[in-house]
Design a protein around this ligand. Sequence first.
Ligand SMILES: [Zn+2]
Ligand SMILES: [Zn+2]
Length: 370
Amino acid sequence: MAQSCENCGIDQHVGELDIRSAAYCFRCGCLLDAVEPMDLNLGLSWMIAEFILLFPANLLPLMQATLGPESRENYISNGVTALWQGHWPLLAVMFAAFAIVFPFLRAGMMIVVLGAVRLNKRPKWLGYLYRRAQDIELWAMSDVLVLAGFVVFMRTEVQLQGRIQWGGWCLIMAAALQILSPWCLSSHRIWRAIRPDEHRAQPGPTISCEACALVLPQRYLGHRCPRCWKRLRERKLNSMTRTGALVAAGYVLYFPAYYYAMSYTLQPGGIKLHSIIDGVKELIAAGFWELAVIIIITSILIPLLKLVGLTWMLFRVRHPTAKHLVFRTRLYHVIHRMGRWSNVDPFRASAKITPCFLTASRVYSKVSMD
Ligand SMILES: [Zn+2]
Ligand SMILES: [Zn+2]
């Protein structure tokens, strides 16, 4: 059957695969198709488990911080309220969307898609729903939140007695299911279960859908893909100009983002400002070099890799060469998947506000008592 490589876009023919076998693109080596022993039933139960776990993760406390007789429980919603009360309404809405709404939406949409396929029902909108679930996947950040929470927890442990609560364990399990789901659910298989690929070779020039990789005759150009409803086009409109402008804006904002403070805490001497670099220095000074490495990789190196990688790709589109072509297509894929992990520090900043306030109130009460 005709298959399109999601990395380099070339169309090629792939025969029927045996179980535990895989087909790779002859040009760039990207995985085209694989037949795993796991089936859609397992994928469906996986998604239902993730959806159910998200309820206690959001309703029960994630962590308990104790200092002497005082203790405070932290919920996911604390991050939203702290940002809202800190007069950052836009960040509060984004935090609520990435940490709460999108994980629920993604798992719910996947249950509908896999459940419909399992019941042999294929309504017209099923491909559209699966495409939207894939769009949301990058923005459903339970896993990023768990990593940010881990950094906060390790820091809290030293100042206060921290204990992970039931909500925290459920969030960790939901995030683990989200991270492992690509191994269990092959998107190629799901697309084919929604609507099979064309088995006959297409006569004349062809075009492939950038969302579901369905290969179609060129006359479909400008129309909607019959499988996922995405409009078929050869190139994104003004993609070079838009990417160039966004990369330039990224460079302008990159250095101030590290130099200026990102959050503040109330301390007896007044307000203490925290920049990302200060946070890394504090972690190293306190002996948490492994946490410092996590922040350096996620907050400093990944955004830099993204900017430098995109600059190189833009330059090479203007001055094309076949050199490093395969490496560049793979790098593009890595950049696309890794970008979301640079949100660890904003999540950490919003999550740590509550324990910091707890420490501050405790210190204040001591000062006033003295
Ligand atoms: Zn390829
Ligand atoms: Zn499509």
